[in-house]
Design a protein around this ligand. Structure first.
Ligand SMILES: NC(=O)c1ccc[n+]([C@@H]2O[C@H](COP(=O)([O-])OP(=O)(O)OC[C@H]3O[C@@H](n4cnc5c(N)ncnc54)[C@H](O)[C@@H]3O)[C@@H](O)[C@H]2O)c1
Length: 285
């Protein structure tokens, strides 16, 4: 179904790796809604992933860039404006990566060089892309910038590790830059806090299947899918949300407002046997 919500708009989508990526779904929906877009991801991801397939499907050129590299980001905004024929109306930041999570370093045994990388890739890249865009005046008046976040920015979740700190920083950048860019150019900056979703990045989170089951039982509307997240992004890019800025918008079926649900309680009452060690003590991880 299309409502031409993005008719005539130009966008840049960061982070489509494969057809499970949330960014992939957003790219497809944005084009369905009438936008023209460019795609960008790391040179390695472009080589190894299937971004080219998406490019063909949505008629979008791919501009390889490491989102932690300012020169690369400048190139993305210069080229995108050339290719698309004008200033950019919307940007999606759909980027996350933690070497500590990948290497299974726990939060009380973080490698600090890896932590720097987590923060740089998953949060500072958001600041960098906004600063680059603003200095180049590459975003049109009333444009919209969205990054994807997770509720671990506000509440502690087992296994989310240093990505929780990165998401807190990401959401803070949306507020701090949202003030400045809104005041000067009417540009909106928001984060969408998405349900756990089975993607390449998502599957790196410890206990992802159980986490997804838990949040699905807790949320009155159940987990939000990647397709549903894409729909929300489209609304945020559209002219229907012109006065929404500096917000962290939960897209999680109601999970973040719940304390305990009947469905989760029922599961809990089935017992904790499987979480006990040989001495009968519950292992909390
Ligand atoms: N999957 C979930 O459960 C979930 C839940 C909430 C929020 N999110 C967020 O959604 C976003 C997209 O993740 P996804 O779940 O679609 O997984 P994904 O693995 O498909 O996407 C992550 C992307 O980040 C890109 N990336 C990594 N390092 C980069 C760099 N230096 N420069 C540019 N790009 C880089 C990867 O190549 C990949 O395309 C992330 O911010 C993630 O934290 C995911």
């Amino acid at each position: 179904m299309t409502n031409n919500l993005l008719k005539g708009k130009r966008g840049i989508i960061f982070g489509a790796l494969n057809d499970m990526s949330i960014a992939w779904k957003v790219a497809e929906r944005a084009v369905e809604e009438g936008a023209i877009i460019t795609l960008t991801n790391t040179p390695v991801a472009v080589r190894m992933g299937t971004t080219e397939e998406l490019g063909k499907k949505v008629n979008a050129q791919i501009i390889p860039a490491d989102a932690t590299n300012v020169a690369d980001l400048e190139n993305v905004f210069i080229k995108s404006q050339e290719i698309l024929g004008g200033k950019i109306d919307f940007v999606l930041h759909s980027i996350g990566m933690s070497p500590n999570v990948r290497k299974k370093r726990t939060y009380d045994d973080l490698d600090y060089d890896m932590l720097q990388t987590t923060l740089d890739v998953s949060a500072l890249s958001f600041h960098k892309m906004i600063q680059v865009a603003k200095k180049m005046d590459a975003i049109s008046d009333g444009g919209s910038i969205v990054a994807l976040s997770y509720v671990a920015a506000q509440r502690t979740f087992f296994g989310y590790n240093d990505m929780a700190d990165a998401k807190s920083l990401l959401e803070s950048i949306a507020r701090s830059f949202g003030y400045i860019y809104g005041r000067e150019k009417n540009v909106r900056i928001n984060t969408i806090s998405q349900s756990p979703t089975l993607t390449t990045a998502g599957s790196g989170v410890k206990g992802m299947d159980d986490l997804m089951d838990f949040s699905d039982r807790m949320a009155p509307l159940g987990n939000a899918s990647a397709d549903e997240c894409a729909n929300y992004c489209i609304v945020m890019f559209s002219d229907l949300t012109k006065k929404v800025t500096m917000q962290n918008l939960f897209h999680d079926g109601g999970f973040s407002s719940m304390g305990m649900s009947l469905r989760a309680m029922n599961q809990y009452s089935e017992g904790l046997e499987k979480f006990k060690n040989k001495d009968g003590k519950i292992i909390y991880g």
